[in-house]
Structures are given as structure tokens and as C-alpha cells.
Design a protein around this ligand. Structure first.
Ligand code: PLP
Length: 374
């Protein structure tokens, strides 16, 4: 290979099936979910794939979480436990519902929500716990369920993931996925709530559809609700991706295996392991732990800049939510805060490159390491 690889772009080029589906919606003149059927059909298909009986498509993943929380009855005065190392939306959805996000620390090894740290924060106001399937590996939902609270799966990064053979989407009381541009299935924006609970489903449906009920009239709004519906165009783009997802996940798993092996030759740079029990990882991110001691004491920022100069654009990852002003300080979160200094990410499109290109990531890191130590 001469020079750095060309990294694949995401989303991949549109397929003929997507073009046909998109045009069919365009020509039908039924562009909204209240007149067409594409959104409902996609919701049912996606929910089935995620091991859930029901699905409601939404405008994005954040409001999917908001709807799930509201459907569970979460509102002002309540608290929801959220891991400190996650995307801000896991917490802002709680704030949107009028409740307080309370952050708990994550485990040293996997960076997923630590069930014991969560348990320590359960109090009379705690109404739910957010199980974030970080990077595409499911959280320890059995331990979180043992807290005795409703479990909301934040599966924004986990389309097709599984724990002990059970799909993300069927591991808690209700689950939410995102279809934003960077995600494994995307329509640019979009989201979905899935659940096996008929009552919760009907609550989510009403809340996302201006408080209507399936039997009621167009102007019957027995309760407060919002228009948070997905368009038919998004569903048309998304539905064909369900048939492609498995192939994409396999490709990323191969990329992650190549990366793991190649990193064996780079002291001080290791893959963050998935929680035990993960039977399918989506590799939305490959999180790497950077040990500056092995890199001549140089901070993570210097490593990221040097890697970018080698043609490997890595990501600095999250700031700990324990530092965010709207989050209620639960307890100190030393693990999530330390991760700010020591964790870097390889994003999913890079793992879809061919094996030689993926191995280049590790080779470039070793070049940088030797330079830093010289
Ligand atoms: C963990 C997590 N939760 C929630 C979201 C919110 O999804 P959206 O951007 O579709 O609102 C995202 C992605 O953006 C995410 O990564």
C-alpha cells in the first residue's frame, strides 16, 4: 500500500432498492406517516428484527428516548440513572422529559454503566435506569434489571447487537435506536422506540402523534402529545438497510478482529473489551485505551494529531457527563473522567475498510510510538 488508505465513506452509496422505494413514496404523494404505510411497515420489520413486538418511528433517537421515558411515566421530580461515559443525548432526553439525569460511573474495563455504582444512587425519586449499549456492545442488562427499576435501552449504537443471543431491543422494558448519519442504519436523521409491552407501545404511539388514540378522530387529543413522527421518505431509505445490516456487521467484526490482532504489536494501545455476555457487537466504535507511558509520556491530543498526520483520523471520544452542568452530581465518576485522557475511538466506517487498511491503523500507531519515544 502506498501512503495512507482511503477510508470508506458512510453512508455507503444508495442501492437500487432504496432509489425505487424513495421514488415510490415521492410518486405516491403520501409523504407523511399519517397517509402512507412505509413508516408503519418499517417499524414492524425493525421491531421484529430487534426481538420486540412493537415499534414507533420518530424524528430522531433523542426524542425516541424522551418518548420512552414519558411513556414510563417519568416526569418532573423524578430521577433517571445514566452512565457518565455516553453521548449527551442519553442525559438530555431525561432533562427533556422534565426529570433529573443522575450520572453513575462506568466500569474500569468496559466503560459501560457499572451496576454497583448505579445501585448506590437508587433513591425514592429514581424512576428508571438507562442501559446504554456503548460502542455497539450491550450493557449488563441482567444486573441493571436486578435494581428493580424499569430499564430503558439506549441502543442508538447497537442495531443488530446481541447479549447472550438476545437482540438489543429485547433486553429491557423499552429500547430506542437512532438513524442519524453516523449510525449503522441511517436516513440522515430518525429514530425508533421498540418494546414488547403493548401498553407502553400505545403510550409512545399517542405521545408521538399529538396525543391521539388509534380509535379516536383526527382532532381528538385526549392527552398532551407532540408531532414526533418520521416521514415516509426516511422509512423508504431505511427498510432496505435491514437486509444489508448483517453483512455490514460481519464486515465490521472482521475489521475489528484484524485491528485487535495488529494492536498486539503496539505496546500501550489496546482494545477496550465488550461486557462479558456480548454475543454480537456492532462495532459502531472500536474504543482503544491509550497508555501515554508507552508513548513517551505524550498526551492523547498529541497522539491524535500525530495519527491524523499519518492519515488515520481517530476520535477523542466523550467528555464525562459528570462535568455537564445540567446533570445532577450523583457520585464522583473517576473512571469516566480518566477515560477523557486515555480513550480514543476508531469509528465504524474505518473498520469496513479492507484488512490491509485496518492493519495500517496499528502500523501507524507503532510509527508514532517509536517517534514519541525517540
Ligand atoms: C448513545 C446515544 N444515545 C442517543 C443518541 C441520540 O440519537 P439522535 O442523534 O438520533 O438524536 C446517540 C446518537 O447520536 C447516541 O450515540
Amino acid at each position: 500500500m502506498n501512503g495512507p488508505p482511503q477510508w470508506p465513506s458512510w453512508p455507503p452509496p444508495a442501492t437500487d432498492e432504496q432509489r425505487r422505494a424513495l421514488l415510490a413514496v415521492l410518486d405516491s404523494g403520501r409523504w407523511g406517516a399519517t397517509s402512507g404505510t412505509a413508516t408503519e411497515e418499517f417499524a414492524a420489520a425493525f421491531a421484529g428484527h430487534a426481538g420486540a413486538a412493537h415499534g414507533v418511528c420518530t424524528v430522531n433517537g433523542t426524542v425516541a428516548l424522551f418518548l420512552a421515558l414519558r411513556a414510563l411515566g417519568v416526569g418532573p421530580g423524578d430521577e433517571v440513572i445514566v452512565p457518565a461515559y455516553t453521548f449527551a443525548a442519553s442525559a438530555t432526553a431525561v432533562a427533556l422529559a422534565g426529570a433529573d439525569p443522575v450520572v453513575a460511573d462506568v466500569t474500569e474495563d468496559t466503560l459501560h454503566l457499572d451496576p454497583e455504582a448505579a445501585r448506590a444512587l437508587v433513591g425514592p425519586r429514581t424512576k428508571a435506569v438507562m442501559a446504554v449499549h456503548l460502542a455497539g456492545a450491550p450493557a449488563d442488562t441482567e444486573a441493571l434489571r436486578a435494581l428493580g427499576l424499569p430499564v430503558v435501552e439506549d441502543a442508538a449504537q447497537a442495531h443488530g447487537a446481541a447479549r447472550h443471543g438476545r437482540p438489543a431491543g429485547s433486553l429491557g422494558d423499552v429500547a430506542c435506536f437512532s438513524f442519524q448519519s453516523s449510525k449503522a442504519m441511517t436516513a440522515g436523521e430518525g429514530g425508533i422506540v421498540v418494546t414488547g409491552d403493548r401498553v407502553l407501545y400505545e403510550r409512545v404511539w399517542a405521545l408521538h402523534n399529538v396525543g391521539r388514540s388509534p380509535e379516536g378522530g383526527w382532532y381528538d387529543h385526549p392527552e398532551v402529545g407532540w408531532n414526533l413522527r418520521m416521514t415516509e421518505f426516511q422509512a423508504a431509505l431505511l427498510h432496505p438497510q435491514l437486509g444489508l445490516l448483517d453483512g455490514w456487521l460481519d464486515r465490521r467484526a472482521r475489521g475489528a478482529a484484524v485491528l485487535a490482532e495488529a494492536l498486539g504489536g503496539v505496546p500501550g494501545l489496546d482494545l477496550v473489551p465488550a461486557p462479558p455476555g456480548t454475543t454480537r457487537h456492532t462495532w459502531h466504535l472500536a474504543m482503544l485505551r491509550y497508555d501515554s507511558g508507552a508513548f513517551g509520556g505524550r498526551p492523547k491530543e498529541a497522539f491524535l494529531a500525530a495519527m491524523a498526520a499519518e492519515g488515520v483520523p481517530l476520535d477523542a471520544g466523550y467528555r464525562s457527563l459528570s462535568r455537564v452542568p445540567y446533570v445532577k452530581p450523583g457520585a464522583p465518576c473517576p473512571v469516566a473522567e480518566a477515560a477523557e485522557e486515555s480513550v480514543v475511538w476508531v469509528r465504524q466506517p474505518m473498520l469496513m475498510a479492507d484488512g490491509e487498511a485496518v492493519a495500517y491503523i496499528a502500523r501507524a500507531a507503532e510509527v508514532v510510538r517509536r517517534r514519541f519515544r525517540a
